[in-house]
Design a protein around this ligand. Structure first.
Ligand code: PDD
Length: 285
């Protein structure tokens, strides 16, 4: 099926993507006034669904909204849109909706716009990625998964201009996260990632990596990381729902470690893939 013919969910209806339309007065369009989630689906099952829905509720609360749907209703929509057993992701977006006039302040009565689609996950680069460090120019409420992503777009493009797949962001000399991922470093066998704060998204993949590290006795800590530690790191990883745990093998103009995915990454990759595999229904490929 052509991508534009795939079924999507918009405001209570299921329809082909090319028929899904919203008002030009939608506050998501006018102000970036909304939040989103990206949920991977393996073997037909949404991955860490409870955690993603919990973060959705937190993001909505952060912009003074409540979920227009119950968790059961969300799960029903996801089940209807998931297309077979191949790896894919669900994208959902809730905006404040279309108000009759353009005014920054939140209108009293407005119906939220709810959009959900499923799409294939792009294959991951097998040998790691290049990244660049850039100044974190984003706003201070990065814990909210807001659709207002212009800074992330520009930062990711600046990385792409340098031939890199991700920008690692630095604020006041401290690492925050990637333009669309969380960041881990390995130094002397010890895994570290910055603690949760309003300066980074509480990544679901990040939490899972910490959880798996603990279960498998890999030493890991949440602590602030100085930008200069990136240069001294034996390994750097970026994590996200669509890119899992990816090793950064080159940072700015220098190799990370020996320029190959490191031993701790290889171990985590085994553990992570085994965890994913256990969640697939037995008959799925
Ligand atoms: N982004 N930090 C930022 C700024 C992100 O945009 C993302 C994910 C993450 C990782 O979070 P998680 O592990 O929950 O996916 C961290 C998604 C995938 C996106 O915008 O497409």
């Amino acid at each position: 099926m052509a991508p534009q013919d795939r079924l999507v969910f918009l405001n209570g209806n299921y329809l082909p993507l090319h028929e899904a339309k919203i008002s030009v007065l939608d506050r998501g369009f006018l102000f970036g006034d909304g939040v989103y989630e990206v949920i991977p689906v393996y073997g037909g099952r949404p991955f860490r669904l409870e955690e993603h829905l919990r973060r959705l509720h937190q993001s909505l609360a952060g912009i003074r909204m409540v979920s227009p749907l119950t968790d059961t209703e969300w799960a029903e929509i996801f089940a209807r849109l998931v297309d077979g057993f191949h790896d894919q992701y669900l994208y959902l977006q809730v905006t404040r909706g279309a108000a009759p006039k353009r005014d920054h302040a939140i209108p009293a009565e407005v119906e939220p716009t709810v959009f959900v689609m499923a799409a294939p996950i792009a294959p991951l680069p097998p040998k790691g990625i290049h990244a660049v460090t850039l100044e974190d120019i984003r706003w201070r409420w990065c814990h909210i998964k807001a659709i207002t992503l212009l800074a992330n777009v520009l930062l990711r493009q600046e990385a792409a201009d340098h031939g890199a797949a991700e920008a690692i962001l630095v604020r006041d000399g401290w690492v925050t996260e990637g333009a669309a991922s969380n960041v881990f470093i390995v130094r002397q066998g010890q895994l570290a990632t910055p603690p949760k704060s309003n300066e980074l998204l509480p990544g679901i993949t990040r939490d899972l990596v910490l959880e798996l590290a603990e279960q498998h006795d890999l030493p890991a800590e949440e602590r602030n990381i100085r930008a200069k530690e990136l240069k001294e790191a034996d390994e750097i990883w970026v994590t996200s729902s669509t890119r899992e745990v990816l090793p950064v093998v080159r940072l700015d103009d220098a190799p990370v470690g020996d320029g190959e995915p490191g031993p701790l990454w290889r171990r985590m990759q085994e553990i992570y893939q085994a965890y994913k595999q256990r969640l697939r229904p037995p008959a799925s490929p």
